[in-house]
Write a protein that binds this ligand. Structure first.
Ligand code: APR
Length: 248
């Protein structure tokens, strides 16, 4: 497809390409996104299940949603989109993946430079005594799981109403400030401050390529080009076009 060739040509000419990914890149791994029809927020109201206030008020209730998500993530594997980003890193084309996802699928696909903007599902932590526990060491047989100090444990992810970790924020914004090509894959770009990342990249002259079957909040005024296809199709297509150009 001509779009793949054109985008392959552009990304191969970039000097500092960065990817920003959202839940859409993991949909083809069987993980529902948040805001599409049938997404997580159509089943669980984010104001009741997604905020730090709601977690503190009723951890058992929020853990009902968290345990369901945990189950889905446990059976999810990287898909061709994750693997393509890992290959682009291996070739020295992609310098960093900034992900809003907590599913660790980029790392499992082989990407080594990942900024987890909203944290991850690999660790649970206690907000009272600060202890951290690998997820696999904690049973979810009874909810909420509790720290030996008695407090309900929580995943190492960012609830609505919580700040982004300083490291993640600064690494992401620094990369957005110096990239000349940003691949934006599978995000509605509806949540700040993650949604500021493409804006900063654009301000610094980056070319924004969006891969999303539906338009996002960036598509009409910020994105330079959108491939309206699933990431698991478009990204391997761009990689194949790259290989074709190398071999021609
Ligand atoms: N390939 C590419 N994009 C896809 C695919 C796919 N196969 N399937 C769905 N999408 C797109 C949808 O069209 C949508 O624009 O992925 C996007 C998912 O948007 P959201 O569900 O809003 O997820 P995301 O943008 O990651 O949400 C950001 O909001 O709820 C919080 O913390 C949560 O990190 C999350 C943040």
């Amino acid at each position: 497809m001509d779009d793949y060739r054109r985008m392959a040509e552009r990304i191969s000419r970039s000097s500092y390409a960065v990817a920003l990914t959202g839940a859409g890149i993991s949909v083809e791994s069987g993980v529902p996104d948040f805001r599409s029809a049938g997404g997580l927020w159509s089943k669980y109201d984010p104001s009741e299940f997604g905020t730090i206030e709601s977690f503190r008020a009723n951890p058992a209730k929020v853990w009902k949603m968290l345990a369901e998500l945990d189950q889905v993530l446990a059976s999810a594997d990287p898909n061709p989109a994750h693997r393509t980003l890992a290959e682009l890193e291996k070739r020295g084309i992609l310098r960093l993946v900034i992900t809003q996802n907590v599913d660790s699928l980029h790392q499992r696909a082989g990407t080594t430079k990942v900024v987890e903007f909203h944290g991850n599902n690999r660790t649970l932590r206690c907000d009272s005594c600060g202890q951290r526990f690998p997820r696999e060491s904690v049973s979810l047989a009874s909810l909420p799981p509790r720290c030996p100090c008695g407090t309900a444990l929580r995943p190492d992810l960012v609830f609505f109403g919580e700040p982004i970790s300083g490291d993640a924020y600064h690494q992401a914004m620094a990369a957005a400030g110096k990239c000349d090509f940003m691949l934006i894959v599978g995000t509605s770009a509806s949540v700040a401050p993650a949604s500021q990342i493409p804006r900063l990249a654009k301000q610094n002259g980056a070319f924004l390529l969006e891969i999303n079957p539906k338009a996002s909040e960036l598509s009409h005024h910020l994105t330079d080009f959108r491939i309206a296809e699933p990431a698991g199709i478009a990204l391997p297509g761009i990689l194949a076009a790259l290989d074709e150009s190398y071999n021609s």
